[in-house]
Each structure stands twice: as C-alpha cells, then as structure tokens.
Design a protein around this ligand. Structure first.
Ligand SMILES: C[S@@+](CC[C@H](N)C(=O)[O-])C[C@H]1O[C@@H](n2cnc3c(N)ncnc32)[C@H](O)[C@@H]1O
Ligand SMILES: [Zn+2]
Length: 266
C-alpha cells in the first residue's frame, strides 16, 4: 500500500530500508521489519496503545486458537463477498487475525497499531506484510487504498476509514457483545452490571450489509486464564478481592460473544 509522510502528507518512496518523502522527511524500517510513522505530536504518552504485558498475553492466548471461530467468521464473510486486493487492519495488535485472513484470501496486508510492542511482534512473526506503528486518527496511506478495512475489538473512526477505503470497499467491525465473557466477569466483580450496548452502530458514509453474531464456549486453564484476563479492559478495573478470586481460578469455562458488522463504503 502506498504510504504517506505523517509530517507533510506527501507520498513516501521506499529506498531499501528507508522511506523518504519529497520534503526529505525519512523513516527507517526497524530491524523487525515494521515502520514507525507515529510522530511525537500524535503520541499522547511515551508508549501509547497496548503494553508489552497485554501484547504478550493476547499473543499467547490467540495463538493457542481459542478465538479461531472469530477468524473463521471473518474469513467466511470475506470469501462470500469475494474480497481480494488490499486489506488494511487498524488496531491490528500482533496481527493474529489479519495475517491469517490475508493468507486465506491471497490478499496483501497492511496492519497498523499505535503500540510499538504490538507491531514489533506482528512484523517478527508474519513476513511479507506491511506493518506500521501509526495512529488510526491519521492513517498514513493514500485515499482509496483499501479493498477491505478491518478493526477488530479496536476503534472505529468513520471519516478516516471512509477516506482510505476504495469506493464500494468493505469495513469489517468486530465488537464485543453485552454477554461477552460473563464467566470471567462473574469472578472479578461482586455484582454484574448490565449496560445496554449498541453493537450495530450507524456509521456515516457506510451502509450495513449484514451483522453476524459470533458466540462460542471455550475452556482455559492456568496461565491462559490470566492471559485472557490481561487481554480485556477489566485489567484497569479489577479490585483487590476480584484479583484474589482470579488468582485462585485454575480452570474457567466461558462464552465469547461478539458481533461482526459488515459495512460497505457508500
Ligand atoms: C483490544 S486490542 C485488539 C487488537 C487486535 N485487533 C486483536 O483483536 O487481536 C486494541 C488495539 O488497538 C490499538 N490502539 C489503540 N488506540 C489506537 C489508535 N489511536 N490507533 C491505532 N491503534 C490503536 C491498541 O494498541 C491495541 O493493540
Ligand atoms: Zn514529509
């Protein structure tokens, strides 16, 4: 995918392991094979995005295959729609889903995440793809670049997604549903609060093609219980007693519940 300079917006040209724009702003490809296109102005903290611990936990959990039904749903929808060409995964994490999806479709992949730790792992593991440390708020690719944009358990920015998609391109959004991981929540909270959640949002510039519920049970043991917990936003909310109950949990059978919304750019 053609990259844009995050400073001036002109196109970047690759010269071996360096990307340079006509104004001579240059960006090196890191040893692991990703390019850091996040400017200091775009960073709101020293190390934005998911931390090393979150990244490692998620990587270990996902690679064990517990969430393979989500990958299967993404692949089935993409095949049904005959998607090929260029995929852009926003908030790609370690690239578990999009690297496999791109291979299954024979498509090219660009994955971007604001967390350097995440893209570092993605680039080290999945070769032959383009990995960027960048912000979803200013995606450093040209207008109309992507045939498919994915944002999986990550943020949605309709205006920017609309800009980078080709006319008629698709956007796959995966959101956790209200009843996602109730078993885990039952351990870490004294009481469960149900909040109404709109899992099929209206997005300006997009029409909804279909909304696919994805629900499946799975069992984790030992360290994978802790990995699952570390992947969730509950790490920031857990109290002392909840943490103690979680520490004593050796086996957890739970249900993942999410929604895959398929949008088309209008
Ligand atoms: C819950 S994780 C999901 C990761 C991956 N899509 C997956 O499902 O395995 C959300 C990801 O969004 C990234 N993120 C957060 N804010 C971002 C931003 N402004 N731009 C790009 N990525 C961002 C985080 O670093 C994190 O890797
Ligand atoms: Zn420039």
């Amino acid at each position: 995918m053609n990259l844009l300079c995050p400073i001036c917006g002109f196109q970047l040209n690759q010269r071996e392991r360096q990307f340079v724009c006509p104004q001579n702003h240059s960006f090196d490809m890191a040893r692991q094979g990703y390019v850091n296109l996040l400017t200091v102005q775009q960073k709101h903290s020293l190390n934005p995005g998911d931390t090393r611990e979150q990244v490692l936990s998620r990587r270990e959990f996902l690679e064990a295959g517990y969430y393979a039904p989500i990958l299967d749903a993404l692949t089935a929808e993409a095949k049904r729609l005959g998607i090929s060409g260029q995929i852009l995964d926003v908030g790609c994490g370690e690239g578990y889903y999009s690297a496999r999806l791109a291979d299954a479709l024979g498509a090219e992949l660009t994955g971007l995440d604001i967390s350097k730790e995440a893209v570092r792992w993605a680039a080290a593991k999945y070769k032959g793809k383009q990995w960027l440390c960048a912000t979803a708020a200013h995606i450093p690719v040209a207008d109309g670049s992507a045939d498919l944009l994915t944002s999986l358990f990550a943020l949605t920015l309709p205006e920017e997604f609309h800009r980078v998609l080709k006319p008629g391109g698709c956007y796959f959004q995966v959101l956790a549903a209200e009843d996602h991981l109730l078993g885990l929540k039952g351990i870490i909270y004294d009481r469960l609060h149900f909040k109404e959640k709109n899992t099929v949002p209206e997005l300006p510039g997009f029409e909804l093609v279909r909304s696919v519920p994805i629900r499946f049970a799975f069992t984790v043991e030992g360290q994978q219980v802790r990995n699952l917990f570390a992947m969730t936003p509950h790490v920031f909310r857990i109290g002392k007693e909840g943490a103690e109950r979680l520490r004593k949990t050796e086996v957890l059978t739970d249900t993942a519940s999410c929604v895959l919304n398929v949008f088309r750019r209008t």
